[in-house]
Design a protein around this ligand. Structure first.
Ligand SMILES: Cc1ncc(COP(=O)(O)O)c(C=O)c1O
Length: 481
């Protein structure tokens, strides 16, 4: 309705009022498809108009494909699509959705992301610590202390909350990294670090060399920004550095991405010898490294060898860490350590992206780290994961010995399971989902690892781990026949 100059409300013409009335009835579901609408005579009486006005309205609705005259029945509703009911059709969002620059996740990844929040599933897929391990009481205490000491807060400086960067500087020293707060950038999780690197340091046509399979293949982060991924083979010691030289096609602007500690998805730990070799080759090739070390602290028997970054004397390595796998991904706190020039560039992009990570999360993270509670907590997490890993291995031994092969993990969240028989992984995934078990098929992490599953022992309860693996074995057995 619009107002005219005299302040009285101007009604739309009568035939439009009839159209609106009928559309509202249809869109509210009161007149579903197949309903016979009131006769012309009834409508004319309702609106106090003559039949010709009703006919004008009905003709417009017919032209829109919403109603149709049926012999012997009268006028019936034949369509209730919202698009047809809207006076002005909405923009074609489908076209917009298809044309955005960022590539969508694989359908399987989208499905897993949706089902990972479904509490009724046994989560053998989830790369997250179990709620049973969440340190709720300590977290409440930390939050109370943060609240007590809270001053006003707003945007932080571009590299992030200084006390957190100071706490991180002290913390990474414990595994050999010398980094002053000015070479640390706080980010909203390791994933944002990768995003910032892709847009801040690389260009269209750059190649990202990486282990194959890799977590990075499950995302389209770099490809969406016009970069190529180039997979490198691995053996039990980790990535094979010889393959970097063999490729002989490194260009300016290329970079290497590696997960040397408890690799996602294979769980492999790169040996010290291999680390030194990799660093040497990358230095020779002038190939910078993104070292994603977010599983480092989740070791079982002995700490992993020092990070590549700890040996990096020439600023080759950008080091990525996060609280997501050790404390909670809910804080969305991660960090990048690198040459100040790079940190400045990435912090500028970060400012342009989100003006910094949550001030509150940064204060909470700083309190965890500087109070020493974080180290204590990580110690407890290792104990818990050890128990879970043992339970998963026990169930695998018991139920899957004949059906699959695997390595015993030395840390992290995952067992990389190779199914012995050639089974359709799609069928396996769907069948397991129907039985309430969520799996991560290996082909998310590289096409050729189709016969693999990434099994997480971090999230499910001990009884669910046992039950899930038992049911999985039955499904694999049924598909192997
Ligand atoms: C190897 C690796 N890097 C980065 C991430 C991203 O973690 P976040 O952004 O929560 O720190 C993950 C999460 O699964 C991961 O497995």
């Amino acid at each position: 309705m619009s107002r005219n100059g005299t302040g009285t409300v101007k009604q739309p013409p009568k035939y439009k009022q009839i159209i609106v009335y009928i559309k509202e009835k249809i869109s509210a579901g009161e007149w579903p498809i197949g309903s016979v609408i009131p006769s012309q005579r009834e409508l004319a009486t309702m609106f106090g108009v003559n039949r010709s006005t009703v006919i004008t309205a009905l003709e417009e609705l017919m032209a829109d494909g919403l109603i149709e005259g049926k012999m012997g029945m009268g006028t019936v509703v034949i369509n209730n699509t919202w698009m047809l009911l809207a006076t002005n059709p909405p923009p074609d969002w489908n076209e917009y959705v298809q044309s955005g620059n960022h590539k969508p996740s694989q359908a399987a990844v989208q499905e897993i992301n949706r089902d990972e929040s479904n509490q009724s599933f046994i989560q053998l897929s989830k790369g997250e610590l179990s709620p049973d391990i969440f340190p709720l009481e300590t977290m409440k205490g930390v939050l109370r202390r943060v609240t007590e000491n809270l001053g006003t807060f707003g945007y932080e400086e571009p590299r992030g909350f200084l006390p957190l960067r100071q706490a991180l500087s002290d913390y990474v020293k414990t595994f050999g990294i010398d980094a002053s707060p000015s070479s640390i950038l706080i980010v909203s999780g390791g994933l944002q670090a990768l995003q910032l690197i892709s847009v801040g340091l690389l260009h269209r046509g750059s190649t990202v060399l990486l282990e194959r399979p890799s977590y990075l293949y499950s995302l389209h982060l770099f490809q969406s920004a016009g970069m190529k991924l180039s997979g490198l083979p691995m053996d039990k010691q980790g990535l094979l550095p010889g393959a970097i030289t063999a490729q002989k096609k490194q260009k300016k602007g290329d970079i290497l991405y590696t997960i040397p500690c408890f690799h996602n998805p294979t769980g492999l730990l790169m040996t010290e010898k291999r680390r030194l070799e990799l660093l040497r080759v990358c230095e020779e090739e002038r190939l910078p490294i993104m070292e994603d070390d977010i599983y480092r602290e989740l070791w079982f028997d002995e700490p992993p060898p020092p990070p590549l970054k700890a040996r990096d004397k020439h600023g080759h390595v950008l080091y990525l860490g996060s609280l997501s796998k050790t404390l909670t991904p809910g804080l969305r706190i991660g960090w990048v350590i690198g040459p100040e020039l790079v940190i400045d560039r990435l912090s500028d992009i970060k400012m342009q992206t989100d003006y910094g990570s949550s001030s509150l999360s940064q204060r909470v993270a700083a309190e965890w780290l500087s109070s020493g509670l974080y180290s204590e907590h990580v110690h407890m997490v290792r104990e818990e994961l050890r128990v879970r890993k043992a339970a998963a291995l026990h169930a695998l031994e018991r139920y899957m010995n004949e059906l699959a092969t695997w390595q015993i993990p030395v840390g992290g969240f995952f067992i990389w399971l190779k199914i012995n028989a050639k089974v359709s992984m799609l069928e396996l995934f769907s069948k397991a989902s129907r039985q309430g078990i969520l799996l991560n098929p290996g082909n998310i992490y590289a096409q050729e690892t189709d016969g693999y599953l990434r099994l997480s022992y971090a999230y499910a309860s001990l009884s669910d781990l046992e039950r899930g693996i038992r049911q999985l074995s039955q499904i694999v057995a049924s598909l192997s026949k």
